[in-house]
Design a protein around this ligand. Structure first.
Ligand code: F6R
Length: 616
């Protein structure tokens, strides 16, 4: 949602904070703002729109040099995305500044209370109330900022990361977190606070993961963590295993293009150390015992958006390999339908960020009902792995573009690993059958690279179709989630009508959408193996072509049967049907990206979106 940075040290706080905000802009770009402490005085600057607008303002009206400061990039929830509602927010006296990620649910009540005591609130945000509560709690500097923050946190309901700075305590920045991310970066004679390690990766790779309901005081020479009552807080220290280059564009115009190209490596990294020389699965890190895994009688995958599509792919693989019933549910719907959960239900929560509030709340609901929870996550130090019984990290490296690409394909790989591991532990597949799938999986990164090497026709096609008003995607079996993912990418990046359908459903209604020239994109399953799927898909292709659709067909090398019914054929290497999404998704990602470019949109920061959605 929003991005938060805090800094105390010897460098220019403004420089460090702006650089951090640039790396966090993927979290929200409705407005940006900073608060700096210089010569015992608090100064703020904030501006609606992207960070560049704030930078232009700072160039026009420079701030005094400071070594303590905070900064924020916003994805608006309460109040329009204008200058007035931009963070930081200050109190009546202009001594406390606060930035916030999340939602303070009881803010209306707090606001009314503060106004009745004479406070003047000038924005429409929920955050501003906290600045005034801190003003009261610090009692003109008599009470320290960390103590005041602890007291204020007791009054707040909802989800929040808060970071504050106070003119009377110029050598500290204080943060608090509940249900929303905040990490500490430990430097030499300087320390950092941020929503994500990317903000300080240029300065340190030593991070501290804060626990739930903790307050942290960050000074030049140290960091103090407590719970909301002031008791020492438990934290986890870790070393970030990627460096600055992973968080930079590295010569690409957009992060998304770089991340698409990184997919073969990300998939290989996600398998690394998890397969032995005999192609057996080794998932010791998972923290669920083999006995636990043998007891499972139902699997429910919960996730949102693109991660949900990874879950849909997982269902086909897991049921096929393990014979355990597997449901896939939108996390945002899950807990409201009173799902049937028992101790032998395994919940697989898939989330690139590990912070998506819908998924987190669903996960918590499942744990309350005593189900076991396995998180598939990309972000070390995020909330979901900490709150799950087990975790399998995807090793995709930082994903900065708002639209998920390498996050998605590595999630699919992690799901395959879970399915195969369950099959291995429960003996639902023979060792040589598992070894065959593993060998096929090992071959995928090279095949993905071949797809990436031959995408110019896809780019051309996207430029050619840039004026289309609607694009439809069809798929069967694992091609169905691929169709949904292709449509989602196009919607979010190109802002155009796009829909994914199960190809067999078409004749039950959506076929009425087909008219002359409508682009229809399909991924056709392999004609080898379960050829019935292939043949049915080819029939569906004929149906839409007969009604005037312009058909764009993703098909395996050597599959000539599609040619009579395809206006354009995009070739991918041969692979087992279950693994095909690792290949067939790539052209769709590139298609959406190129379409967005052709339509003049910002590929990395699509309108109205933010990368990690930390509100329900
Ligand atoms: C779309 C996209 C989103 C996310 C969704 C879940 O390209 O990225 O749909 O997949 O918001 O995010 P995570 O995986 O972080 O829980």
């Amino acid at each position: 949602m929003c991005g938060i940075v805090g800094y105390v040290g010897d460098q220019s706080a403004l420089g460090v904070v702006i650089e951090g905000l640039r790396r966090l802009e993927y979290r929200g770009y409705d407005s940006a703002g900073v608060a700096m402490l210089a010569d015992g005085k608090l100064a703020t600057a904030k501006k609606a729109g992207k960070l560049a607008n704030l930078e232009a303002l700072l160039e026009e009206s420079p701030m005094a040099p400071a070594t303590t400061g905070i900064g924020h990039t916003r994805w608006a929830t309460h109040g329009a995305p204008n200058d007035r509602n931009a963070h930081p927010h200050v109190d009546c006296t202009g001594t406390v500044a606060v930035i916030h990620n999340g939602i303070i649910e009881n803010f209306a009540h707090l606001r009314a209370e503060l106004e009745s005591r004479g406070h003047e609130l000038v924005s429409d945000t929920d955050t501003e109330a906290v600045a005034h509560l801190l003003e009261e709690a610090t009692r003109g500097g008599e009470v320290g900022l960390a103590d005041a923050m602890r007291a204020v946190c007791h009054r707040l309901e909802g989800a929040f990361t808060l970071v504050a700075t106070h003119a009377d305590f110029p050598d500290a920045v204080v943060g608090a977190r509940r249900n929303s991310p905040l990490v500490v970066g430990r430097g030499q004679g300087e320390n950092f606070l941020a929503s994500d390690v990317a903000a300080f990766i240029a300065h340190t790779r030593d991070a501290v993961e804060l626990g739930q309901d903790q307050v942290v005081e960050v000074r030049r020479d140290g960091v103090t963590v407590t719970d909301f009552d002031g008791n020492p807080g438990e934290v986890r220290e870790y070393h970030v295993d990627w460096d600055l280059s992973a968080a930079e564009k590295g010569g690409y115009d957009f992060f998304m293009l770089k991340e698409i190209d990184e997919q073969p490596q990300a998939v290989a990294d996600t398998m690394l150390g998890r397969l032995d020389d005999d192609n057996r699965l080794v998932l010791d890190e998972m923290r669920l015992s083999d006995d636990d895994l043998r007891e499972i009688d139902k699997i429910i995958v919960i996730a949102c958006g693109t991660s949900f599509h990874a879950g849909l792919v997982a269902k086909y693989a897991i049921e096929h390999w393990t014979r355990i019933p597997c449901e896939v549910e939108l996390a945002s719907e899950f807990r409201y339908r009173d799902p049937v959960l028992t101790r032998s239900t395994l919940i697989v929560a898939i989330s690139q960020s590990g912070e998506t509030m819908d998924t987190l709340m669903a996960l918590r609901h499942a744990r309350e009902q005593k189900a076991k929870v396995l998180a598939i996550c990309n972000t070390n130090g995020s909330t979901m792995p900490r709150e799950s019984d087990a975790v399998l990290y995807t090793h995709a490296g930082p994903e900065v573009a708002v639209a998920s690409t390498k996050g998605y394909l590595t999630q699919i790989v992690a799901c395959y690993l879970v399915g195969l591991y369950l099959a291995q532990v429960r003996g639902t597949k023979y060792g040589d059958e598992i070894a065959k799938v593993v060998a096929d999986l090992r071959a995928m990164p090279a095949k993905m690279q071949r797809v990436l090497d031959d995408l110019e026709p896809v780019r051309e096609l996207a430029r050619d179709l840039a004026g289309a008003t609607s694009v439809l995607f069809l798929g069967r079996h694992v091609g169905y989630p691929t169709a949904l993912e292709g449509a989602l990418k196009l919607k979010e990046l190109a802002y155009m009508h796009a829909e994914g359908f199960a190809a067999g459903e078409l004749k039950h209604g959506p076929i009425a959408l087909i008219e002359e020239g409508v682009p229809v994109i399909t991924a056709v399953p392999s004609p080898r193996g379960r050829s019935i799927l292939h043949d049915k898909m080819v029939s569906n292709l004929q149906e839409v072509r007969a009604r005037g659709a312009r058909t764009i067909v993703i098909a395996e090398d050597g599959d000539t049967t599609v040619e009579p019914y395809a206006d354009v054929v995009i070739r991918i290497p041969q692979s087992p049907t279950l693994l095909q999404p690792l290949l067939s998704t790539i052209p769709l990602q590139v298609f959406a990206c190129e379409m967005a470019k052709a339509r003049g949109h910002d590929v990395d920061q699509p309108r109205n979106l933010a990368k990690s959605v930390t509100v329900e």
